[in-house]
Design a protein around this ligand. Structure first.
Ligand SMILES: Cc1cc2nc3c(=O)[nH]c(=O)nc-3n(C[C@H](O)[C@H](O)[C@H](O)COP(=O)(O)OP(=O)(O)OC[C@H]3O[C@@H](n4cnc5c(N)ncnc54)[C@H](O)[C@@H]3O)c2cc1C
Length: 486
């Protein structure tokens, strides 16, 4: 088993910045990412087999990422592309399953920079072909130069709505409408001072808004999607006003003949690995739901395991970059490569920048504060867990039969047990459970987290040399084989 000073999970903005800074200070770093090329979500690159004949608007992110990509070629960095980390064992041992090989490595420090995924919000028709999430669409545009439709509606909550609208216009789609669930225009005026903390990002947002405005699309704020209709694929999208409590004014609904509906209801931190590490979590509705509790040095409650970027709280790409650079210095100090004074000196600029960006982020969260929930969009036939095809009615039926809690419903219906392992339905299951029991979301117990954190081929598991097993615990010797221990 190979040993490193630091293992970084995720080669996005946060992970690459961590690796670049720590390797620059002399640390040996292993970087794992399940994509073939470094960059993560924001700095996603085209496959190497693509030939770029001209530059388009999206290429500016790739141009900006060039310095960052170089992190994986640093002499102190060992890069594992197309490698999924699926378990973290005692002693900071990581198990990974990769295209080239599957194995274990050990690291003195582990930095989880796993990013986020779209928050899916179920509504009638959300599983129709032609209905995609905002992040998924960004990946198709940035990573494949594809738009999966021509007449588009974008609906959801958060800054990605306007960004995706602008990108669709730039990519050549006809944008019919954007629907933002929060009444943002009114709130933005009140929070002008907070927004002024990041004028560059505000200018960028104004540029997106002006692209959408010039396209002639209807721009609705305080509106949401309530249904996508079509025989086998999306043909029509229905939008309606929504209030702060999540109540929908169906009488005022408008229909759009769209073959593409992009939904972006915000992002959820990817905490699968952190849950396997059993770190303490806290709840923040505005920053993505369940988040790892962290010290000022980004350390989780499990010593030696750190979390940075969107995988620790949704903050956006600029915060991910800054946290990554600071993390590199924190790690270098922990490893004894630099002293505290040196770290303070090198970190000063980014510490100030992080404070400014955090003020901006807080303003953004107030402006985009979503309705209390989107549960009124769900009908009994609506699929809640799309992997296992579990409807809202099926969940209710089991609840009526006396089952309480996400774990019990999971066992009875398989909701959350499919290929995505709950990434697509856990946030809805929490909302539904909170609504049904009256318990606040942060008091709804989560279902258990077990390896593998992501789908892994059985052949990879079998090929993975396991570290030596601990000798059996003599206290358990009396148990007959196969007996379940709860
Ligand atoms: C799908 C999607 C698209 C987005 N598009 C945009 C956009 O166009 N513009 C914008 O401003 N913001 C966008 N965002 C938000 C923005 O990408 C993030 O704020 C930013 O990328 C955060 O950087 P990060 O390093 O924290 O995470 P990321 O850039 O997401 O990097 C995390 C990386 O870790 C990898 N990973 C996770 N778990 C494992 C594991 N177990 N094993 C191996 N690898 C793992 C992921 O595949 C990913 O490559 C998007 C977010 C998502 C989820």
């Amino acid at each position: 088993m190979q040993d490193f000073d630091i293992a970084v999970i995720g080669a996005g903005a946060a992970g690459l910045s961590t690796a670049a800074v720590a390797a620059g200070q002399g640390a040996s770093v292993a970087v794992f990412d399940d994509n073939a090329l470094p960059g993560g979500q924001y700095f996603r690159q085209l496959p190497t087999s693509f030939i770029r004949t001209c530059k388009i608007a999206f290429d500016k992110d790739v141009d900006r990422g060039r310095l960052l990509y170089q992190a994986v070629t640093h002499r102190n960095v060992t890069y594992y592309p197309s490698a999924t980390v699926w378990n973290v064992l005692e002693g900071n041992v990581l198990a990974f399953s990769g295209a080239a090989r599957s194995d274990h490595v050990r690291a003195r420090l582990i930095v989880v920079a796993a990013g986020a995924h779209d928050r899916p919000v179920p509504f009638p028709g959300w599983t129709l072909p032609g209905v995609v999430t905002a992040g998924g669409l960004q990946n198709l545009i940035k990573g494949q130069r594809v738009i999966p439709g021509r007449r588009a509606v974008v609906a959801g909550n958060g800054p990605l709505v306007i960004l995706v609208g602008a990108n669709l216009v730039r990519a050549g789609a006809r944008l019919l409408a954007t629907a933002e669930a929060a009444p943002v225009a009114r709130r933005a005026m009140r929070d002008a001072i907070g927004l002024a903390a990041a004028p560059g990002i505000v200018r960028q947002a104004a540029d997106y808004a002006s692209t959408v405005f010039r396209s002639g699309a209807q721009r609705l704020s305080g509106w949401t999607v309530i249904e996508a209709r079509g025989a086998g694929e999306c043909e029509e999208v229905v939008l309606a006003p929504i209030d702060a409590a999540g109540q929908i004014d169906r009488a005022a609904a408008r229909n759009f003949a769209a073959d593409l509906l992009v939904t972006g209801f915000g992002l959820v931190p990817s905490i699968e690995i952190l849950r396997i590490c059993a770190v303490d979590l806290g709840w923040s509705r505005l920053r993505g739901g369940w988040l790892p509790r962290r010290s000022e040095d980004f350390e989780t409650t499990r010593p030696g395991i750190f979390a940075v970027g969107d995988g620790s709280a949704i903050g956006g790409v600029e915060i991910a970059l800054v946290e990554g650079r600071l993390m590199g210095l924190i790690a270098a100090q922990r490893l004894g490569l630099i002293g505290p004074d040196e770290r303070r000196r090198l970190a000063a600029g980014d510490v100030a920048r992080l404070k400014r960006l955090s003020r901006f982020r807080a303003a953004l969260e107030r402006i985009y504060e979503p309705p209390r929930n989107f549960l009124h969009l769900i009908t009994p036939e609506t699929m809640v867990c799309r992997c296992e095809e579990v409807t809202s009615a099926r969940l209710q039926e089991r609840r009526d039969a006396g089952l309480v809690g996400i774990n019990a419903l999971k066992s009875a219906t398989r909701a959350g047990m499919g290929r995505c392992q709950g990434r697509n339905c856990l946030s809805t299951l929490i909302d539904l459970e909170s609504e049904a029991t009256g318990a606040p979301r942060e008091l709804v117990p989560l279902s258990g987290a077990r390896p593998p954190a992501r789908p892994v081929l059985l052949q990879d598991l079998l090929a993975t040399p396991m570290p030596p097993l601990e000798p059996p615990d003599p206290a358990l010797a009396h148990l007959p084989r196969g007996q379940r221990v709860d």
